[in-house]
Design a protein around this ligand. Structure first.
Ligand code: PMP
Length: 308
């Protein structure tokens, strides 16, 4: 995995150094390859009876693609339970890599799909004793992978670090990086970035359209002890940031990267000159050509954003 690639976006915080860590360069195209390898390895170490055991997981997209790759390479059958917010391209990638893809269309009580996806997995588990749920929302293997890889790479790659901006979906990346930073770079201010409408940090639920960040059910692995600040960004602002960076800087980044960079930009006035800032970019934008980068798709949801 390519853990030492950063680009500079110093313009976002004038007078400071801003590093963007490009996780889209991993095979499987996202930060979630590390999570996928860790979840499957933990399942193997727990003594499952492979190859009879069949793996199942709930995913908004990127973990599914990464798991499909890992399971295809290892010969494990895999079912991925996703929802309409996962792009058609992502669902096709999962299927091409040999996974069974189930799309859950029923919204849960918070207007999202997560609880409905998990309820479906519960039904499948009750019906099939050979099925094993990897459960990225509760499995400590995910945060551990990010502590040992992503967090370490940030500290070793950059050195002195004053601020870290990290997006929260399952919170695996955030929890792992925060744990490593607290121990090895205790002065770093750790900023969790989430979408408006996510319930992860206790905010009111609202309908969301972008996969990656946010939940409609608080993840079990979340522990706020190492988090210094939580910032919520609207999806419209995230989309606008992505489209501006593509047109004006030549950077084609995923939606959650836009969200994290909005948080960096909003904090710029409070960040003292000469600070060193890191932000994590979970994936690139080529997976979102039919959504974030499609004028009609965006105009349908946020009419004010198109044209920017
Ligand atoms: N951004 C994208 C594009 C993702 O796919 C994910 C994973 N859901 C995240 C951010 C959040 O990562 P994590 O689940 O580790 O919080």
């Amino acid at each position: 995995m390519l853990d030492d690639l950063f680009i500079r976006l110093d313009q976002l915080v004038p007078g400071s150094s801003v590093f963007l860590k490009l996780e889209g360069l991993n095979p499987a195209g996202s930060v979630k390859l590390k999570t996928a390898v860790a979840l499957v390895t933990a399942a193997e170490e727990s003594g499952l009876r492979f190859p009879r055991t069949h793996l199942i997981e709930s995913t908004s997209g990127n973990l599914g693609v990464a798991l499909a790759m890992v399971c295809a390479a290892k010969g494990y059958p895999l079912t991925l339970v996703t929802d309409p917010n996962a792009t058609v391209r992502t669902r096709r990638l999962m299927a091409v890599l040999g996974a069974e893809v189930v799309v859950i269309e029923t919204r849960d009580a918070h207007g999202g799909f997560l609880q409905s996806r998990i309820d479906y997995i519960g039904e499948r588990l009750r019906a099939d004793p050979d099925l094993h749920w990897l459960n990225q929302y509760a499995n400590p293997a995910g945060p551990q992978a990010h502590r040992d890889r992503t967090g370490r790479a940030v500290v070793e790659g950059i050195g002195r670090l004053d601020y870290a901006f990290i997006g929260a979906g399952t919170t695996g990346t955030l929890m792992g990086c925060a744990e490593y930073l607290r121990r090895h770079s205790p002065a770093t201010r750790i900023v969790a970035v989430d979408a408006v409408g996510s319930v992860t940090f206790g905010g009111p639920a609202a309908r969301r359209h972008l996969p990656g960040l946010g939940t409609s059910r608080r993840p079990e692995i979340l522990d706020t002890k190492n988090i210094d600040e939580v910032v919520l960004i609207s999806e419209a602002d995230s989309v606008e940031m992505c489209r501006t960076l593509a047109r004006e800087r030549g950077l084609l980044l995923g939606g959650s990267t836009g969200t994290v960079l909005c948080a960096v930009q909003d904090a710029a006035k409070k960040i003292p000159e000469g600070s060193v800032v890191v932000a994590i970019s979970p994936d690139f934008g080529d997976r979102y050509l039919e959504t974030i980068y499609d004028d009609a798709w965006v105009a349908d949801r946020w009419p004010d954003v198109v044209g920017h």
